[in-house]
Design a protein around this ligand. Structure first.
Ligand SMILES: Cc1cc2nc3c(=O)[nH]c(=O)nc-3n(C[C@H](O)[C@H](O)[C@H](O)COP(=O)(O)O)c2cc1C
Length: 336
């Protein structure tokens, strides 16, 4: 009898093992299918590969003016910065206007160029190309990049949500360290973010060592001109171990993104200046950063956030938003 039980137990184990093996094989196939599907859509539509399309051309202009807008509000600003960026942006706007006409974001690009010109009004070096371009757009006023005191910037940190949300901006000016306890409180608040099935895959690595900060920022490239002033760097990751199905292949990014937004609001509420930094890097750079920071391979780096306490006064990039009508599409049903 005992022998029979043992045989049944062994058969059950074999059956379970075979089922798991088949499930894993099925899952691997599904994963390949899902990533192929994503890859095809990326190849078909990513702006990088289709710059002739209106949305992609507009996005390129936004990136172009954003570089200059950042330059206008940077802590260690040197006049004469971004000459190549100015020329490139003018070319992009000219091409866009000829091909597609106007767009509010393109108008803002012109406004940023005018603000750039006004900032350089006392510079003896002539700017004939820029002047000619601006005189062809006489109706566009210079963009206003807010210059604020610390108390003005954080005036709505306890306000009801509409005023609070409108007051949050990334800040690229850091003057003093953020206490560890403040980061603990911000992360505790950020944990109120929702996550799929409440699996909470997000992890935060707080980098306090400034030599690691500098090496990380050299890999990242988006913090030039201000990263060296940041006190702490929060590397937000999401653990792939929590992903259960191939269709959840983007869940680390969706859960991570929601967490990052909540963390930014939490930092703003606590009076911490912070700048979100992309983690759009090559596989080699990603691998090197994992090794350098001791982040497990199972964790996807979602975003990097530079933090510090701000100086008494600083500049903020205007970064105007699209109108609701440009991004909200109603579909059928009761639209009352
Ligand atoms: C995914 C993501 C990546 C970003 N990467 C950078 C970056 O590398 N360097 C930087 O200075 N700002 C970066 N930013 C900040 C944006 O430029 C900024 O959020 C945007 O211009 C809107 O401005 P606001 O946050 O002040 O309203 C990033 C923001 C996001 C959401």
């Amino acid at each position: 009898m005992d022998g029979l039980k043992k045989i049944v137990a062994v058969l059950r184990r074999i059956k379970r093992g075979a089922c798991e093996w088949l499930m894993r094989r099925h899952m691997r196939r599904e994963v390949r299918k899902a990533f192929r599907y994503d890859m095809q859509r990326f190849l078909d539509h990513a702006g990088a590969l289709h710059l002739d399309r209106r949305a992609a051309a507009c996005a390129e202009i936004v990136m172009g003016y954003h570089v200059l807008e950042k330059g206008l509000t940077m802590p260690h600003r040197r006049l004469g910065f971004g000459k190549g960026a100015v020329r490139h942006l003018i070319d992009l706007i000219d091409a866009f206007e000829k091909r597609f006409g106007g767009d509010p974001q393109v108008t803002h690009a012109v406004a940023v160029l005018r603000a750039y010109r006004e900032m350089h009004s006392g510079v003896p070096e002539p700017m004939p190309h820029l002047d000619a371009f601006l005189s062809a757009h006489p109706d566009v006023q210079a963009a206003k990049e807010p210059h604020v005191t610390r108390s003005e910037f954080f005036a709505a940190k306890d306000a009801p949500f509409p005023a609070f949300a409108a007051s949050r901006h990334v800040v690229r000016h850091f003057a003093a360290p953020v206490p560890r306890e403040t980061i603990d409180r911000a992360v505790a608040l950020a944990l109120t973010a929702p996550s799929a099935c409440n699996r909470q895959p997000v992890r935060v690595h707080a980098i306090c060592d400034h030599s690691l900060r500098d090496r990380l920022f050299a890999m990242q490239g988006g913090s030039r001109g201000f990263g060296q002033d940041a006190d702490k760097v929060l590397v937000v990751t999401a653990d792939l171990s929590s992903v259960r199905w191939s269709w959840e292949r983007n869940d680390c990014y969706t859960n991570g993104g929601l967490f990052v937004m909540n963390l930014c609001y939490a930092l703003h509420h606590l009076g911490v200046a912070h700048c979100i930094l992309h983690w759009s890097v090559s596989p080699d750079v990603d691998r090197a950063a994992h090794e350098m920071l001791g982040i497990p391979d199972s964790e996807i780096i979602v975003q990097v956030i530079a933090c510090g306490l701000p100086p008494e006064e600083f500049d903020v990039a205007a970064s105007p938003r699209r109108a609701v009508g440009e991004i909200l599409t109603w579909h059928g049903g009761n639209q009352v």
